[in-house]
Design a protein around this ligand. Structure first.
Ligand SMILES: [Zn+2]
Length: 202
């Protein structure tokens, strides 16, 4: 093999990143190998800081440096509205649009039975516990899930689970193109989708 083992092993790590294939992974590894040692050390430091500092918020599940996160701890946010998202990065898009003033719940992914992502692999049980808690103030759930097959499957599953609860449910409108990901929506699109959300259960 003409590729040094250290570079190959690093490339194998880059290969795990979303959207990075083996060729790009190898290019990143070679690029780092040719950088000054201080640059490589900065990368290594940032990676270990990530592991040391980032935790899941114990309330909403968002990746954060403090738990509860700043949103869950903010008394100005409406405890009556709970927005369900697949991933932490979806929250950033909604927050940038400043359209939603309630709180969030992160599922940690979307249902996809073929890929083995069943309800027990997501943060669904603790969501149901949160909603069924007699002290819960939540009166509206907003489903902000990707408008694709997994997002729709998850939305339908959650709507069935919440059917008996005295909570209204709405879903983001289709301002977001089918097959798109919320994470990549611009502020105007996400604002439009939120404001035109459809009530699916009163
Ligand atoms: Zn939180």
């Amino acid at each position: 093999m003409s590729v040094p083992q250290a570079i190959r092993e690093l490339a194998d790590m880059f290969d795990r990143l979303p959207g990075v294939g083996p060729r790009a992974a190898l290019r990143y590894a070679y690029w780092l190998a040719t950088q000054p040692k201080t640059t490589v050390k900065q990368f290594a430091d940032k990676l270990s800081q990530l592991a040391a500092k980032i935790v899941a918020c114990q309330v909403c599940g968002m990746w954060t440096e403090t738990s509860p996160c700043s949103i869950c701890a903010d008394p100005r946010r409406d405890d009556g509205q709970l927005c369900i998202v697949a991933n932490s990065q979806d929250i950033r898009v909604l927050e940038d649009a400043s359209v939603f003033q309630g709180k969030y719940h992160v599922l940690g992914g979307l249902l996809d039975p073929i890929e083995g992502r069943t309800p027990d692999t997501l943060q669904i049980n603790n969501l149901l516990n949160k909603l069924k808690d007699p002290n819960s103030k939540i009166r509206e759930v907003v489903l902000a899930l990707d408008p694709d097959v997994s997002g729709d499957t998850t939305s339908m599953y959650l709507m069935r689970q919440l059917a008996g609860l005295p909570i209204s449910i709405s879903r983001l409108a289709r301002g977001i193109p089918t097959g798109a990901q919320i994470e990549y929506a611009d502020e105007a699109t996400i604002t439009d989708a939120y404001l035109n959300r459809r009530r699916t259960k009163d």
